[in-house]
Design a protein around this ligand. Structure first.
Ligand code: NDP
Ligand code: 8X3
Length: 251
């Protein structure tokens, strides 16, 4: 029986790579994102796959509810939800960061992820079947200068994933938090509000992870036997590490 995956943020980066990966495995896809032109391109690209594309801003609870309510026949039994839509905005210290950027990150990375989860869980629980794959980050585990609210939203994703598992222990539903490090996508262009030079500098002299690397991991965690739950996957490129601790000394 063909399985169904719902991917948020499928218009770029990890989400698009997941759509391509699962299409290649013969899954039915529900792909969402705000950019309608990108969704159209993806649907055309995956024309041999059953695809339901929905223009959706995950910050809009009413729209999320309507999307779930209006899923067409054949797409209602979502087997895997990939809560991938998200973003970082800015890299300034907390004392000078934009409050508007902070609100956008909280609304998208935390509230949007909660809306999708809450709206899709009742059907998963009723079927006693499903898998929620959340896109966390190493930024939720390790602090870095300017990571302030972005890292905190991903720390939320980490603890929410663990608490979800606790609430769902009596079911067969699985929950996985994937925590990637440096990965090249549109992430840094978005973080620097479209400044491509600043974005390119992030990856200069490195071999970062790629969206297909992450899609491979999402596919792997969903394809292990049903009694196995991969709770967390922390993944970095070989060129990255999480130290050292810093000390500021007076001159
Ligand atoms: P991209 O910028 O390439 O993709 C982000 C996706 O999120 C886009 O499809 C975008 O679609 C979607 N999105 C953003 N805001 C919204 C919104 N309000 N409503 C709906 N969709 C939205 O970045 P990545 O693929 O790298 O990022 C994907 C996830 O991975 C994010 O959660 C990010 O935090 C996380 N991550 C990224 C890492 C990296 O280094 N790249 C490392 C660790 C985690 P659209 O604009 O069309 O709405
Ligand atoms: C993205 C990884 O290190 O840029 O979540 O925050 S990092």
């Amino acid at each position: 029986m063909q399985k169904t995956i719902l991917i948020t943020g499928a218009t770029s980066g990890f989400g698009k790579a997941c759509a391509e990966r699962f299409a290649a495995e013969g899954w039915r896809l529900i792909v969402t994102g705000r950019r309608a032109d990108r969704l159209k391109e993806l649907t055309t690209q995956l024309r041999d796959t059953p695809v339901h594309a929905v223009e959706l801003d995950v910050r809009d609870l009413g729209a999320v509810e309507a999307m779930v309510r209006d899923l067409p026949e054949g797409f209602r039994d979502v087997d895997v939800l990939v809560n991938n839509a998200g973003l970082a905005l800015g890299l300034q210290g907390a004392q000078e960061a934009s409050l508007q950027d902070w609100e956008t990150m909280i609304d998208t990375n935390i509230k949007g992820l909660c809306y999708l989860t809450r709206c899709l869980l009742p059907v998963m629980v009723a079927r006693n079947q499903g898998h929620i794959v959340n896109m966390g980050s190493i930024a939720g585990n390790y602090p870095y200068p300017g990571g302030n609210v972005y890292g905190a939203t991903k720390a939320f994703v980490k603890q929410f994933s663990r608490n979800l598992l606790t609430d769902l222990t009596h079911t067969k539903i699985r929950v996985t938090n994937i925590e990637p490090g440096l990965s090249e996508s549109e992430f840094s262009v978005v973080r620097f509000h479209g400044d491509r030079d600043k974005a390119d500098a992030v990856y200069q002299g490195t071999q970062p992870l790629t969206p297909p690397d992450i899609a491979e991991i999402v596919h792997w965690v969903t394809s292990v036997p049903p009694h196995v739950n991969i709770c967390t996957v922390e993944v970095m490129p070989v060129c990255q590490s999480c130290g050292p601790l810093a000390i500021h000394r007076e001159a």
